[in-house]
Design a protein around this ligand. Structure first.
Ligand code: PLP
Length: 466
C-alpha cells in the first residue's frame, strides 16, 4: 500500500450534468431510472458510452467498468466483431414474429456448447427464461412447488422474488424453518406459497425438506454460485449431492446460468462443476449485452412444448438478439476469449492479495475469477446469511473510494466484480489493483477517524435494492 498522503485525499468527481439529468428524470421515471437497482438517489449514474473495459458518464468521468451491466458484457463494450455482425443482420429487418435462420443458428450454438441440452428456445430476458423454466418443470412433473435458495436472484417475476436479498437476516426466519419472504408488495400470497425457501450449501436440510414435501415439488432452481452474494461457491460435493437428491425424489434440477453461462466455461457452470441439470436458463454473456436469453432442457422435459405449455413473445428470437447471440457464441466457441477473462480475474486477485496480505485483515475471495467478490471475514461464507457477518462496511467504503478514483465496482458488497476480455488490455489490471490499494488505505484511515460510512464526494450509495 502506498503511504503517499495524496492518495488519502479522496478525489471528487464532477457530477453536475448527472445531477441535472437525475432531477429531470425524476419527473418522468420512478427513481429517475428504468430499474430499482440503478436508483441510487443523488448518486445515480447516467452513462454516456462504453468501449472495451471502460465506461464514461455524462459528466465525462471515465471508469474501468467492473459491473459490466451485472455481467453480460463478456467481451467488452462496443465489441466491433459483434456490433458489425448485428448491424449487418438487422438491416434485413428485426421483428417479424416469424422465425429466422439466425434464431436456429443461435440455439444450435447453445446446444453445441452445452452438449446435454436437447432443445432450447429464446426469450428476451433472464426473467422470462426463469419464469418459463419453472412453468415447464411444473408442467412436466404435474407438481406446483419450486424450491429456491435464500439470497439467490432469478429475476423479477412473482415466483422469483422470494427470499432474495434482505439486509436483516432475521427477516428470513428461523434457520431451520426459513420463511418465504416476498421482496416488495404486489406478489400474491398464493403465488408466494408455491415457492419453498431453502438454504444454499445445506444438503441435510434439503433432504429433510424433500422428505417432508418432495411429492409436491416440481423443481429446485439454483444459481450454481450465489451470484447475488459475491458468487459464494458450493461446498465440495454439494451440487453432486443435490443432483442425486433430486433424482431420488423425481424433482427437476434447474440451473439458472444467467450469470454463469458462457462465462465459467464454454458450457457454463454445468461444465465447470460437472453437473447435468434437467433445465437451464441463459442470458447475459450469451449476447455480450444485447438482450438475448434462452431456456433449454433435456429432450423429454422440453417435449411439453409446443403443445402442452404456453410460451411465446413478440420479441422472442428477434433478429438483433439472435444475431448477437450467434456472433458472441461463435467467438466464445472459436477463440480463447474465456481463458483471457479467467486469467485477467486471476491476475487481479494476485494483485489484491499483495495489497491485502500485509494488512493482516481477514479476507477471502468468493466466486470464480471471472466474477469474484472480496469478503472481509475469517469465516469462509457458504450461504447468503453469512454475508451479514462480514465487514461489509469496509467493503462499501472501498467501493465508494474506487468509484471516486476511476474504477466502478457495484457499490453493494453483495455484487461480485465482473471481468471481460477487454480488461486484459493495456494497464487495466494494474490500475484496478492500485485504485483498490489507495481506496483501502483511505477506508482504513477513515475508520481510524470514525468516519467509515461517510461517503466521499461523488461516490455511490447503496442501491435501493440488492
Ligand atoms: C442468476 C440470474 N437469473 C436471472 C436474472 C434475471 O435476468 P434479467 O435481468 O435479464 O431479467 C439475473 C439478473 O441479474 C440473474 O443474475
Amino acid at each position: 500500500m502506498t503511504a503517499e498522503p495524496a492518495s488519502r485525499t479522496t478525489p471528487s468527481l464532477t457530477r453536475d450534468q448527472q445531477l441535472a439529468l437525475y432531477r429531470r428524470a425524476l419527473r418522468t421515471l420512478p427513481g429517475g431510472t428504468n430499474s430499482n437497482f440503478r436508483a441510487w438517489g443523488d448518486a445515480t449514474i447516467y452513462v454516456d458510452r462504453g468501449k472495451g473495459g471502460h465506461v464514461w458518464d455524462v459528466d465525462g468521468n471515465e471508469f474501468i467498468d467492473l459491473r459490466l451491466g451485472y455481467g453480460p458484457v463478456i467481451l467488452g463494450h462496443g465489441d466491433d466483431r459483434v456490433d458489425d455482425y448485428v448491424n449487418e443482420r438487422m438491416r434485413l429487418g428485426v421483428s417479424f414474429s416469424l422465425t429466422s435462420e439466425d434464431e436456429v443458428r443461435a440455439m444450435e450454438l447453445v446446444k453445441e456448447l452445452n452438449p446435454w441440452v436437447g432443445k432450447a428456445r429464446m426469450t428476451v430476458s433472464g426473467t422470462e427464461a426463469t419464469m418459463h423454466a419453472m412453468r415447464i418443470a411444473r408442467a412436466y412433473t404435474g407438481r406446483d412447488k419450486i424450491v429456491k435458495f435464500e439470497g439467490q436472484y432469478h429475476g423479477v417475476h412473482d415466483y422469483a422474488l422470494i427470499s432474495v436479498a434482505p439486509d436483516n437476516m432475521a427477516e428470513l426466519g428461523d434457520e431451520d424453518n426459513p420463511v418465504g419472504l416476498a421482496w416488495g408488495r404486489g406478489i400474491p400470497g398464493d403465488v408466494a406459497k408455491t415457492i419453498v425457501p431453502a438454504r444454499y450449501n445445506n444438503i441435510d436440510a434439503l433432504r429433510r425438506l424433500f422428505e417432508r414435501q418432495g411429492s409436491e415439488i416440481a423443481a429446485i432452481i439454483v444459481e450454481p454460485v450465489l451470484g447475488n452474494a459475491q458468487g459464494i461457491m458450493p461446498k465440495p460435493g454439494f451440487h453432486q449431492a443435490m443432483r442425486a437428491l433430486t433424482e431420488e425424489f423425481g424433482i427437476l434440477l434447474i440451473f439458472d446460468e444467467v450469470k454463469t453461462g458462457f462465462r465459467f466455461a464454454k458450457g457454463g457452470a454445468a461444465e465447470f462443476f460437472g453437473i447435468t441439470p434437467d433445465i437451464a436458463t441463459y442470458a447475459k454473456a450469451m449476447g455480450n449485452g444485447y438482450p438475448a436469453a434462452a431456456f433449454a432442457g433435456r429432450e423429454d422435459v422440453m417435449s411439453v412444448l409446443p403443445d402442452k405449455v404456453s410460451h411465446g413473445g413478440t420479441y422472442a428470437g428477434n433478429r438483433i438478439a439472435a444475431a448477437a447471440a450467434v456472433k458472441t457464441l461463435r467467438i466464445i466457441r472459436d477463440t480463447d476469449a474465456l481463458d483471457v477473462v479467467h486469467a485477467t480475474g486471476r491476475r487481479v486477485q494476485a494483485g489484491l492479495r499483495e495489497v491485502l496480505n500485509p494488512t493482516g485483515l481477514p479476507y477471502h475471495f468468493t466466486g470464480h475469477p471471472s466474477m469474484f467478490g472480496i469478503m472481509f471475514s475469517d469465516l469462509e461464507a457458504s450461504e447468503y446469511r453469512d454475508w451479514a457477518t462480514t465487514d461489509h462496511e469496509l467493503y462499501d467504503a472501498i467501493a465508494a473510494g474506487m468509484h471516486a478514483r476511476g474504477a466502478m465496482p457495484e457499490p453493494d458488497s453483495r455484487e461480485p466484480w465482473f471481468f471481460c476480455e477487454a480488461h486484459a488490455q493495456g494497464d487495466i489490471v494494474d490500475r484496478v489493483v492500485s485504485i483498490f490499494s489507495d481506496s483501502l488505505d483511505a477506508a482504513l484511515e477513515a475508520r481510524v477517524h470514525g468516519k467509515i460510512g461517510a461517503e466521499p464526494t461523488g461516490a455511490m450509495s447503496h442501491p435501493a435494492a440488492g
